[in-house]
Design a protein. Structure first.
Length: 184
């Protein structure tokens, strides 16, 4: 099961890279054609917008798995393990509820808008809402597996505090007073 999850996340990451590359290529080509030759690719704007929406929802799933969403953890890190566990379970339950609402709303909007076609590409407008539908499904899977780890007692310290450390903060030099927990 773990291998299947890693394979799915690898596929999502590959999709993100491909979508970003296509978006950059379409927009760059359109700019060059518009300013250099007074023409352009008519589908560029619609395809780029659709790929951007898919990229956002796919990226949200990957970021949830990597614990990369923005969060404030200063109080949570000071709590004992039991308090962290309770907060993590409540947080996961609330996120599952919100993702369930997103799933239901996306399902309805996809059905409503599937018959409406985009003016230039002719693609169904429901594809935009399908991105939020698949994104909410992905988030539900990631959050539910995290909640299962919490409730089954297999949660690590990283699972209890789901915020990644900022890469912008300077890392203390090993052996220094800051690394030992003291003030420099």
């Amino acid at each position: 099961m773990e291998a299947l999850g890693r394979l799915a996340l690898g596929g999502l990451r590959l999709f993100i890279v491909a979508a970003l590359a296509v978006m950059i290529g379409l927009v760059f080509l359109n700019v060059v054609l518009r300013y250099g030759f007074n023409s352009g690719v008519s589908v560029s704007e619609e395809l780029s917008r659709m790929l951007f929406v898919w990229l956002i929802f796919t990226g949200a799933v990957v970021a949830m798995y990597d614990h990369s969403h923005i969060g404030v953890d200063s109080l949570l890190r000071r709590m004992p393990r039991g308090g962290q566990l309770v907060c993590a379970v409540i947080c996961d339950a609330l996120m599952l509820f919100c993702c369930g609402l997103l799933l239901v709303g996306s399902w309805r909007q996809t059905g409503i808008n599937w018959g409406n076609l985009a003016p230039v590409t002719g693609l169904p407008i429901g594809l935009f809402h399908l991105a939020s539908l698949t994104g909410s499904l992905g988030l539900i899977v990631v959050i539910a597996s995290h909640l299962f780890r919490l409730l089954s007692g297999r949660a690590t310290a990283e699972d209890l505090v789901q915020v990644a450390e900022s890469e912008d903060l300077p890392h203390p030099v090993p052996g220094s007073a800051a690394a030992a927990g003291g003030k420099p």
